[in-house]
Design a protein around this ligand. Structure first.
Ligand code: PRP
Ligand code: MN
Ligand code: MG
Length: 180
């Protein structure tokens, strides 16, 4: 790991207040649709912290599920082939589903997950991501709720890792490489 430090990009307070407003918007959206149950699916591992905070702001009957994806590349060229390595426990056919993600970068993860879940015929399928890096997008994915649009920085914290580190930070930081 190169010598680096972490600068704050989005503070814990800013994250908290954004999640409160996202929670309000999402609650009102499903209340208007008179949805009596929402299945909220967190994509592991990155979304675990956002998921825990967001569902506390949803004033709706919710069920919690998690899905783990892994992406494989072959050799020199990455195929961006995203696979489900741990699936949901229940059926989502006819259910209202909200996917919760920490960050959308190239879009490959959410594009694949959305396609796989859509095949299971949920009543509705929406996405909420805390962070969006639109400048990095390679496949377009419809996203209903975005917390923050961010520039092309290497971000960590609040679930997001750099070589598996920093997921436990309460804020969103950016990795700053230092000259040796
Ligand atoms: C990261 C992040 C998103 C995905 C975004 O997950 O948490 O899920 O990459 O990138 P994309 O839009 O280019 O697909 P990662 O695969 O690193 O797994 P993790 O959640 O366990 O860190
Ligand atoms: Mn992830
Ligand atoms: Mg990761």
């Amino acid at each position: 790991m190169k010598k680096h430090h972490i600068d704050v990009l989005i503070s814990e307070r800013e994250v908290r207040s954004k999640i409160q407003s996202l929670g309000k918007e999402i609650t009102e959206f499903y209340q208007q649709k008179q949805v009596d149950k929402l299945i909220v699916i967190g994509l592991l591992r990155g979304s675990f912290m956002f998921m825990a905070d967001l569902v506390r702001e949803l004033k709706l009957p919710v069920e919690i599920e998690f899905l783990t994806t892994s992406s494989y590349g072959t050799g020199m060229t990455s195929t961006h082939d995203v696979k489900i390595s741990q699936d949901l426990t229940g059926d989502i056919k006819g259910e209202h589903v909200l996917i919760v993600e920490d960050i959308i970068d190239t879009g490959y993860t959410l594009d694949k997950v959305r396609a796989i879940l859509a095949l299971r015929e949920p009543a509705s399928l929406s996405i909420c991501t805390l962070l969006d890096k639109p400048s990095r997008r390679e496949v377009s994915v419809p996203v209903e709720w975005v917390g923050f649009e961010i520039p092309d920085e290497f971000v960590v914290g609040y679930g997001i890792d750099y070589a598996q580190r920093y997921r436990n930070l309460g804020f969103i930081g950016k990795v700053v490489l230092e000259d040796e």
